[in-house]
Design a protein around this ligand. Structure first.
Ligand code: SF4
Length: 443
């Protein structure tokens, strides 16, 4: 639970003769900064071990983080994104079992799956392997997955020895062993410790799961996920919401872990809905039953929208972008460096069939109207960027198309850019093609 400034102050040394080495004039001022998470306890060289222990535990996120390969899940501190931010997006994985006849094809599809959207490359984070046959077939599949995809495994074995063989093979990949129960937890804990794996704990009820997480944590193993058993969309929604609320509002540590969910309803549309539920409602890792590129496009696009922090918009680098093969007589368009705006505008210019220069000044990732309102997309700002970026040495036909939403800056721009003709373009990127035909191509 988060501590208040006064509670933190009681733990500090209150050294009146210190040289304020923490950068604050008093211990109370430093405690207030700590409570607001604007300082770190290590900045006070006189903090006791007891203070470090108590404050360290208090500063742990209510939902503990876990690493899976190079990705992370959990580490969340809020129920709703607008309260602060979501830290880690739901990781997506695809299941394959050792009876699959097309394993090579599926694994190559997983390896090659890369969705590029608004400048980000979206990909799968892990491969779940489910044992249907004997230990050898399971181990062979694990070896093939590791060799082809290089991704960490989510190991769903039928027995402890099969899990151990695969965990040994996957050592160093930060894989997950799933289906940890009260019966196998002791052996699985040993295997996880020896092979640096995380464990996904399951039971019929939330209470059953918390009994296991509590015991494992008390024994010093806390690299955990929770695997809730649910039978319907409503139950999955409710269970994830109850667990996350208990962790964040009730400070229930035993349920404060990222979740792991295997989706397999037998109906692809229902599977997609269940996966969407995981992304909307606190899922840590979501395992799809099979590889389907079309399904992944929808899920990854939605996930990107949910987990992009609006306070840190995705941006493209401010510079001049050639669209097609522009020359000295090509038109010049300008818009902001908000990724979505850039990709929409550049795509529509491309669709119009002309080559052009697209000027992207620094606008802190804001959209056109927001940047203009914040003074980051004014005539003077754009003119300064155009002069500094060397565009005037690259073009003879000095025609600059500005977004229709900021038509009011055209006069200021023409004054700041002598020799340039400023044309007000459409408000919506979708209208660029028509605008090009009616204005640019007609001269
Ligand atoms: Fe207090 Fe430590 Fe800061 Fe000194 S350095 S004022 S003891 S908090």
């Amino acid at each position: 639970m988060a501590l208040s400034g006064l509670q933190i102050q009681k733990l500090l040394p209150k050294k009146t003769d210190c040289l304020k080495e923490c950068g604050s004039n008093t211990c109370l001022a430093f405690a207030m900064k700590l409570a607001a998470k604007k300082a770190n306890l290590s900045e006070c060289p006189y903090a006791s071990d007891e203070a470090k222990q108590i404050l360290g535990a208090a500063s742990e996120p209510p939902v503990k983080g876990v690493s899976i390969g190079g990705a992370s899940a959990g580490e969340e501190t809020v129920l709703y994104r607008h309260e602060k931010t979501f830290v880690n997006q739901t990781l997506l994985a695809v299941n394959i079992d050792d009876a699959a006849g097309d394993a090579d094809k599926v694994l190559n599809s997983i390896k090659n799956y890369k969705l590029e959207r608004v400048g980000e490359v979206l990909a799968l984070s892990a491969v779940a392997i489910t044992q249907k046959g004997d230990g050898k077939a399971f181990l062979d599949l694990a070896a093939k997955v590791l060799q082809v995809t290089g991704l960490p495994l989510i190991i769903r074995a039928k027995d402890i020895s099969s899990a151990e063989s695969v965990a040994k093979l996957a050592k160093g990949t930060k894989s997950v062993i799933a289906n940890i129960t009260a019966d196998n937890m002791s052996e699985m804990k040993r295997i996880a410790e020896e092979n640096n794996c995380a464990l996904a704990v399951t039971a019929d009820t939330i209470d059953g799961i918390t009994a296991i997480t509590e015991k494992l944590k008390a024994e010093g193993f806390n690299d955990l996920l929770t695997e809730f058993k649910t039978n319907s969309l409503a139950e999955a929604f409710q269970t994830n919401a109850v667990a996350r609320t208990a962790a964040i509002k009730g400070s229930v540590k035993t349920v404060g872990y990222a979740t792991l969910k295997f989706i397999d309803s037998g109906n692809q549309m229902q599977d997609t809905v269940l996966a969407i539920n995981e992304m909307l409602k606190y899922g840590g890792v979501c395992v799809l039953p099979s590889f389907d590129a079309a399904q992944l496009v929808s899920l990854m696009t939605l996930r990107q929208n949910i987990y992009t922090d609006p306070q840190k918009p995705i941006q493209v680098e401010p510079k001049i972008y050639p669209i097609g093969e522009p020359g000295r007589n090509s038109a010049v368009f300008v818009t902001t460096n908000f990724s979505l705006t850039y990709f929409l505008v550049s795509g529509e210019i491309e669709n119009s069939g002309i080559s052009a220069w697209l000027v992207i000044p620094e606008c802190e990732g804001m959209s056109v109207l927001t940047a203009w309102a914040a003074g980051k997309f004014s005539g003077a700002h754009i003119a300064k960027f155009i002069k500094e970026c060397g565009l005037e040495d690259m073009v003879d036909a000095r025609v600059l198309v500005i977004p229709g939403y900021v038509s009011q800056i055209s006069g200021e721009l023409e004054e700041s850019l002598p020799g340039w003709k400023v044309i007000v373009g459409p408000q919506e990127a979708a209208d660029i093609e028509t605008f090009v035909k009616q204005t640019i191509l007609k001269g």
